[in-house]
Design a protein around this ligand. Structure first.
Ligand SMILES: Cc1cc2nc3c(=O)[nH]c(=O)nc-3n(C[C@H](O)[C@H](O)[C@H](O)COP(=O)(O)O)c2cc1C
Length: 210
């Protein structure tokens, strides 16, 4: 099992898994820095000295799980209104392209091989970050309860806030710097990720190991 995990990690890091869905290693669900210490230490990584160290597949797995993974058979690490399926997607952009986080299978689904990190944000720190998370609404599960898009927009913004805050804390616990960034090239994201007009890129979050 350990050997398979090592092979997977090597394949993942080298970009060998170029098509389809790739499983993530199991997330770390215990230990780390006590949560109150992580709250006390929470800070955005500085834009003028953004950490650029590589992040391991295990760390990415834990960060994505903290953002919107399952922590009960039918509920998630952050609250989703009415307990419906997550209505904000997380995309992981790194040197190998962009993957969609599949919370149901805890896997990554390849969307494009294009490296969009430096294009998605003009600020220099996005260029040194080894990966950038992109948060995009997916109101499908909400619209199943009725078409109320202005109302549902608030819900997706609330979810993105909870997801990014939880990622700030998980990242701090792992020694990873993170920064919530609203400034992004929405047009580029829409075309690179095929985001429909009635869905919305909400923010991005560059990450780097300190
Ligand atoms: C809604 C929101 C939008 C933000 N947008 C940007 C941004 O576009 N660019 C940037 O460098 N930082 C951005 N930030 C990061 C803030 O500048 C940062 O959180 C703030 O300076 C407070 O620092 P702290 O997070 O260390 O407490 C944003 C933060 C929030 C919450």
């Amino acid at each position: 099992m350990r050997f398979l995990a090592a092979v997977f990690s090597a394949a993942f890091l080298s970009g060998y898994l170029v098509a389809g869905e790739a499983s993530l290693p199991a997330p770390g669900k215990s230990g780390g820095k006590p949560v109150l210490d992580a709250i006390a230490d929470r800070a955005s990584a500085p834009g003028n000295a953004f950490p650029s160290g590589k992040i391991s597949p295990e760390e990415i797995s834990t960060i994505l799980w903290a953002g919107s993974g399952l922590n009960r058979p039918d509920r998630w690490t952050i609250p989703f209104g009415m307990g419906v399926r997550p209505y904000v997607r997380i995309y992981l952009a790194d040197e190998n392209g962009v993957h969609l986080y599949k919370w149901d299978s805890h896997a990554l689904d390849r969307i494009t091989a294009r490296d969009i990190r430096s294009a998605v944000n003009s600020q220099p720190f996005a260029k040194v970050a080894p990966c950038v998370l992109v948060f995009v609404s997916d109101r499908t599960s909400l619209r199943e309860r009725g078409r109320m898009d202005e109302h549902w927009a608030k819900w997706t913004h609330a979810a993105a806030g909870a997801m990014t805050q939880q990622i700030y804390l998980a990242a701090d616990s792992l020694g990873i710097g993170a920064r919530y960034v609203e400034g992004m090239d929405v047009g580029l994201l829409r075309s690179a990720l095929s985001i429909p007009d009635d869905e919305e890129p909400i923010c991005i979050m560059p990450l780097g190991k300190r």
